[in-house]
Design a protein around this ligand. Structure first.
Ligand code: MN
Length: 198
């Protein structure tokens, strides 16, 4: 739905010769977009990294999960966009369904686009199209800058790398995928979710 459609009802209800309310224009909500990292025990254990972008969640499957060590270059395979409402999904995808297995919300929070080109800020959409995006995460477990770099490794268009930026939140010893396995929503580990869903 375009902006004009979105505002149609708002405008229809008001007489702008009488009200001082704006007729339109202005900036969209200042609320920052959100990210989520879901641990997903499908045929293979992996982590799904999703960024709110243009009304959907742009998604990557990260087999080893995101690292806090800037030396780790983690493979991130681009997958299909997911609905925004997916961000707090936890539970079990039944046998026979696509992605069958347990899902927990391993981390979530707001993020900020930090992508630049020639010293100028560019949109995340543009940065992703150009194959190099930078974001700052404000999660419960993961904080600070991360780069998403399109590699076309092994000739595969879907292959990206996600790498921690060397900032105050970089920590080579933390290894949160192993040391902080609980869901930030339910407190359950992926194994506990599997037992709960049995
Ligand atoms: Mn998945």
């Amino acid at each position: 739905m375009g902006k004009a459609d979105t505002l149609r009802e708002y405008k229809k209800k008001r007489d702008f010769s009488k009200t001082a309310e704006p007729q339109g224009g202005g900036k969209r909500s200042s609320r920052k977009p959100i990210f989520v990292i879901q641990q997903h025990h499908a045929r293979r254990m992996h982590f799904d990294f999703r960024l709110e972008l243009d009304g959907v969640m742009a998604s990557w499957a990260v087999p080893k999960g995101l690292s806090t060590d800037p030396r780790d270059k983690r493979l991130a395979v681009r997958t299909e966009d997911h609905p925004l409402a997916y961000w707090n999904f936890e539970g079990r995808i039944p046998e026979g369904e696509y992605g069958a297995g347990e899902v927990i919300v391993w981390d979530t929070g707001e993020y900020e686009n930090m992508s630049r080109k020639n010293g100028k800020q560019i949109s995340l959409k543009k940065a992703l199209a150009q194959g190099h995006a930078e974001i700052e995460l404000f999660g419960r477990k993961l904080k600070g800058g991360y780069a998403l770099i399109h590699t076309r490794m092994r000739g595969d268009e879907k292959n990206w790398l996600v790498v921690k930026k060397n900032d105050d939140h970089a920590d080579a010893r933390r290894n949160p995928v192993n040391s902080e396995p609980q869901s930030v929503l339910s407190g359950m580990t992926i194994q506990e979710m599997a037992k709960a869903a049995e």
